[in-house]
Design a protein around this ligand. Structure first.
Ligand SMILES: [Mn+2]
Length: 237
């Protein structure tokens, strides 16, 4: 089976704090490219940005507004090739759209676990409001054009997430591989960190899809028939 994975689009209201940063018509061409080259397309969380409302705690309304702002993409995502797994910025999609937190697919004798990855962060697990408040405050810094402060907040966030390219020091990868053992998966596929990676851990493979926000194109290709698994940052094949 040929599977493509994209994550962390952060589709917002199409306003000044919408982190998506793509022209929707260009992104549609990218989706058509994926649809014609892959049998399944996994949307691996943080597809929508619901934590940056002007007033906090209005996630359901933000989800509706983000979907209304990107109608062509939403229509595309409803197609039969797509699987939607929620993340922490679109947690509410679990309740509203029935998006699960994890998905296991098995093909050609390969077992794959798809999970966004926010369950690794103890702040999100134990005190989700702290992380949601910091995202919300970050959006206000952007609105007020305090970009330097916003970037400083982002840097702190990345350090807290424990995501590093070095597999020996990366607690995120360690958590993901542990999760793969628990679910008996050969491959664990994550998003969340915006750090696209492909790292072998003994007999298990760790993959991260990076991000399609801020105008970036990043996706994973999984080919279970040929045993080829790759990370891509452009799609002009
Ligand atoms: Mn996330």
């Amino acid at each position: 089976m040929r599977i493509a994975v994209i994550s962390d689009l952060h589709l917002g209201r199409h306003d000044t704090v919408d982190p998506f940063g793509h022209d929707d018509s260009v992104f549609l061409r990218f989706l058509r490219f994926l649809e014609s080259n892959f049998e399944r397309i996994v949307l691996l969380g943080d597809i929508y940005e619901t934590l940056t409302a002007r007033a906090p705690r209005r996630q359901e309304a933000e989800l509706a507004a983000a979907r209304a702002a990107h109608p062509e993409l939403v229509r595309r995502f409803a197609g039969p090739q797509y699987h939607y797994i929620h993340g922490n910025h679109d947690l509410v999609a679990g309740r509203v759209l029935g998006a699960p937190e994890e998905l296991v697919l098995e093909a050609d004798g390969v077992r794959m676990l798809f999970t966004h990855g926010h369950r690794h962060d103890w702040v999100i697990r134990k005190a989700r409001w702290i992380s949601e408040a910091s995202v919300w405050a970050g959006a206000w810094l952007r609105r007020l054009q305090l970009r330097a402060m916003f970037r400083a907040l982002q840097a702190v966030d990345l350090r807290l997430s424990g995501a590093l390219p070095d597999p020996a020091r990366c607690t995120f990868q360690r958590w993901a591989i542990e999760r793969a053992h628990q679910r008996d998966a050969d491959i664990v596929v994550t998003g969340h960190t915006h750090l696209g990676l492909r790292v072998e851990h003994g007999d298990r493979l760790f993959l991260n899809s990076g991000t399609c926000s801020e105008g970036q194109f990043s996706f994973l290709s999984l080919d279970t028939r040929d045993g080829r698994y790759g990370l891509h940052t452009s799609w002009a094949w």
